[in-house]
Design a protein around this ligand. Structure first.
Ligand code: FAD
Length: 509
């Protein structure tokens, strides 16, 4: 064995008691390192084991918010993040030399926790551009109308309004903390959103629009998600109109400096508590504490908060193993699929034709073909849109040039030949990203909410769960992620106050 390896082995051994090592090994096949490999694992190369009050897994908005809350209460925390950056599903990108958001970017008036952060860190919101006409392509027809209205004929509009009213009446009845307690919960959970839509109307245009709504908002298809989950999600984000709309709704503003800057500012407050490129591989625990094993080292703590996308949380190996309910939940709550694209032009030429750049469609590959994000100085002209749900599944993993061709052709089709020559194109293929494996968030399939749904926030002994999927308010959104992190931190704080023995009593220390 080389001198360097001998040194690494003795460092690790002096920081891990034999019992700790045996405990990790005791997890057998479920732990990524075995006895003889302990010294050669990435962990031992990078750092010795370290003791802290709480380890947080994931530096998305949920993990960052959990860490911030605990730190502000004087607790010692470490945030272990797999990527080489913070922000998770909120990511900085560039087009035509300008900073843009490749992930989450909008904030609305009732997303108060996110608005508080934007204000606290001195960042600025910019109103979504909507002046002019939009084009909606529904049932093979192009409808042009002003602002956000759809341009339906009066009869179709009346029927659509009636359906949305009924939907809102139902979603208003959801108890956010316990949607499984809603009256007729099982009936609603045993049907898909699609089942309910087709029970309400035969109008092809309305059906097309409702399906496009699900693709655009859930990045899943209406035949994939539980209707009870759908109702819960609407209530969690206020209601259907708020989720769909721009003005005074979920898509009201973007952040001038980019949404990613909000995460960067929170991370700056946390400083060296964040360890990047530290994917967590396994977490073991017993009555004395928790051992978190990452590629950058082993951390011991009283409690852990796992703040990763819910379906990905079961790619970490737990000892003892997770209760079956939590594992089933993760297996039946897949991530949605989305590819977000940006297209840059010399100028926003569509504005000269009275268009606001907002293009929607019930046809593949995009429900939200584009919105206008041109900066206040008027150039470059920027459009952004999404390929969602089954269309994203078909287009993920392919060369970006192919998607560029697809998107530009679609824009030419709507906006004319001027759209054929963008000065730049950029996209983010989220399903291809190993630390998200899809986006915007995860949705429950039928029959899950009323069976194992209750396990969504139940701690696994000393492991607490955060992440936007665990939020009751604004689930699936950045605001929900922040709330989930703060909730998990409050749970851990309460336990640190009441349950933790004096330090010397913990044999890890
Ligand atoms: C294209 C797109 C558009 C969106 N638009 C909006 C929008 O406009 N407004 C809005 O509010 N929301 C939007 N969202 C959703 C929003 O971004 C997410 O809901 C939110 O960012 C989730 O935060 P989170 O902290 O829960 O999870 P994440 O951001 O996913 O953070 C989890 C972190 O855990 C890390 N991780 C995963 N596994 C491990 C591991 N084993 N070890 C260590 N680290 C690990 C990941 O790298 C990640 O950094 C959008 C998302 C996408 C992708």
């Amino acid at each position: 064995m080389s001198k360097e390896k001998e040194k690494q082995k003795s460092t690790l051994q002096s920081n891990l008691t034999r019992r700790d090592a045996l405990k990790l090994i005791g997890a057998g096949a479920t732990v990524l390192i075995a006895a003889d490999q302990l010294h050669s694992a990435e962990a031992s190369r990078s750092s010795p084991s370290t003791q802290t009050d709480a380890v947080i897994v994931g530096a998305g908005f949920a993990g960052l918010s959990a860490a911030r809350t605990l730190m502000r209460q004087g607790k010692k925390v470490v945030v272990l993040e797999a990527r080489d950056r913070v922000g998770g599903r909120v990511k900085a990108a560039k087009i035509a030399g300008r900073a843009i958001d490749g992930g989450g970017m909008w904030v609305g008036p009732t997303q108060t926790r996110l608005l508080d952060l934007i204000k606290e860190y001195g960042l600025h919101t910019v109103r979504q551009f909507e002046t002019g006409n939009n084009i909606a392509e529904i049932d093979g027809k192009r409808l042009t109308s002003s602002g956000e209205t759809l341009g339906f004929d009066p009869q179709t509009q009346a029927e659509y309004d009636r359906i949305i009213r009924d939907l809102t009446k139902l979603s208003d009845q959801i108890p956010l903390d316990a949607p499984w307690n809603m009256s007729r919960a099982e009936d609603y959970d045993h049907m898909t959103a699609e089942d309910w839509f087709v029970s309400q109307t035969k109008n092809i245009a309305i059906l097309g629009f409702l399906r496009a709504f699900v693709r655009g908002v859930f990045t899943a298809d209406s035949y994939q998600i539980s209707f009870l989950f759908f109702l819960f999600f609407l209530r969690s984000g206020d209601n259907y109109d708020t989720l769909y709309g721009f003005e005074n709704a979920a898509q009201a503003w973007t952040v001038k400096e980019t949404m990613h800057q909000v995460a960067v500012r929170v991370a700056a407050e946390l400083g060296s508590a964040i360890v990047l490129q530290a994917p967590v591989r396994s977490i073991s625990q017993d009555a004395a504490g928790v051992v978190v094993n990452s590629d950058k080292g082993i951390w011991k703590c009283d409690y852990a908060i796992v703040a990763v996308p819910l379906p990905l949380s079961v790619r970490i190996v737990y000892q003892p193993v997770l209760p079956p309910e939590r594992d089933i939940l993760a297996q039946h709550m897949p991530m949605g699929s989305v590819i977000k694209y940006w297209v840059a032009y010399e100028k926003p030429f569509w504005r000269e034709r009275g268009l606001n750049g907002m293009l929607q469609s019930d046809q593949p590959p995009s429900a939200f073909i584009s919105g206008d994000f041109t900066p206040s100085e008027g150039h470059p002209g920027l459009l952004a849109g999404f390929i969602e749900a089954h269309n994203a599944m078909a287009w993920t993993g392919r060369p970006m040039e192919e998607r560029k061709k697809l998107v530009v052709e679609r824009l030419v089709n709507f906006l004319g030949p001027e759209a054929a020559n963008p000065i730049d194109y950029e996209d983010q293929d989220w399903p291809a990203d190993p630390w998200s494996r899809g986006c915007y968030g995860a949705s429950m399939t039928p029959g899950i909410m009323t069976t194992v749904g209750k396990s969504i926030r139940q701690p696994h002994v000393r492991i607490h769960w955060a992440g936007t999927e665990t939020s009751t308010k604004w689930m699936g959104y950045i605001d929900g992620a922040i709330r989930s992190g703060e909730r998990a931190a409050a749970e851990v704080l309460a336990r640190l106050k009441t349950e933790v023995q004096p330090r010397q009593a913990n044999r890890f220390r």
